[in-house]
Design a protein around this ligand. Sequence first.
Ligand code: SF4
Length: 342
Amino acid sequence: MEKTTLSKFSKEELTDFIIKNNEKKFRAEQIFSWIWAKNASSFDQMTDVKKEFREFLNQNCQILDCKIKLRQISKDGTIKYLIEFSDGLCAETVLMRFDNRSNLSMCVSCQVGCKMGCKFCATGKNGFKRNLEAHEIISQILLAQIDTGLKITNVVFMGQGEPLDNFENIKKAIYLINKNLQISIRRMTLSTSGIIPKIYELSQNELIPTLAISLHAPNHKIREQIMPIEKKYNIEELKKALKEFNTKTKDRITIEYILIGGLNDTKECAIELINYLKDIKCNINLIPYNPTDDNTGFKKPNKKDMMKFKYLLEASGKKVTIRLERGADIDAACGQLAGKTN
Ligand code: SF4
C-alpha cells in the first residue's frame, strides 16, 4: 500500500487526515510542529505523540517522498544537494549563506530540466523531464533544514526550470512555504525568463513574491540569440508587462542580466539597457557569465568592461549590484545547475 506523504498537507488538510484516522485534533498540531518547525525526519522523534499512533504513522505515512542523493560543499560554504524524487528523477537545489548576513537562502528547482533552452544555461541543454509538484518544491527546503539543522530564511525560485511554466504548483508551494514554514512573502523571489501572460497572472495572486526577470539583453536581436523565449514573448511586450506589474504591486522588480564578454557587455548595450529600463521601477543584478564545461562559445566578461557597464547603469539612477559568485567550484553558480544524474 502506498504511504501518505504528510509534507503535502496544509495544516487544515493534516488536521482532516488525523481526525479521519480517529485521532484528536491536537495530535495534528503536534505533528505539524514536528515536521515544519522542529525538522523531524522520522515519526520516532515525535516523542509527545503516543506510541500506538506513531506506529500507525510509521506503517501508513511518510514525512517526505524524496531524499538527498548527493551533497557537495563549496569552499565558500555553499551547499548543493542533488534531490531524488519518488520516480527516481533528480533535481539540484542550492543553500547559500552570505558571510555578512544571517540570512540563509535556498535556491529551489521547480522542474526536472527546462523547456526554455536559454543558450547560457546548463539546465536548458538537458531538455525537459517533468514539472515538480508543490510538495516536491517545498521538500527541498525541508531536506536542507533537516540536513543542516538550520532555519532557511529566504527562498528564491531560481534553480532548475521555469517557475511560470509550472505555475499552479508554484502558487501552491508559495502558499505552503508561507503558511507551513512561516517564511514571509517579502523573503521570496521568483525568477522568470518572461512568460508574459503568467506575469500578469502573478500580479493578481494573493501572495506575490519579488519578481526577478532574466532579461540578459538590451534588445530583441541579442535576446533572440541567447533566449529562444524571445521569439514568442518579445522584449517590448515584456516591458509592458513589467510596467503593469510595477503599477499593480508597487514593488521594485529585479532585472537579472548575465554579462557575456563581447556580446552584451558593451557601452552601446548599457545605453540601450538604460533606455529600455527608464520607466521601470527596478534594481539591476549583473551576473558575470560562468563558463560551464560545454561549448557555448560564450566568454566571461573582463572586469574592466563589467565595472564600466555597472557605472553607466548607476549613472542613470538605478541601483546595480554584481552578483557574488557562489559555489562555482561545485557547479552551483547561476546557470550551472544541470542535474547531471538524469
Ligand atoms: S535560465 Fe532558467 S529558464 Fe532558461 S533554460 Fe535555464 S532554467 Fe530554463
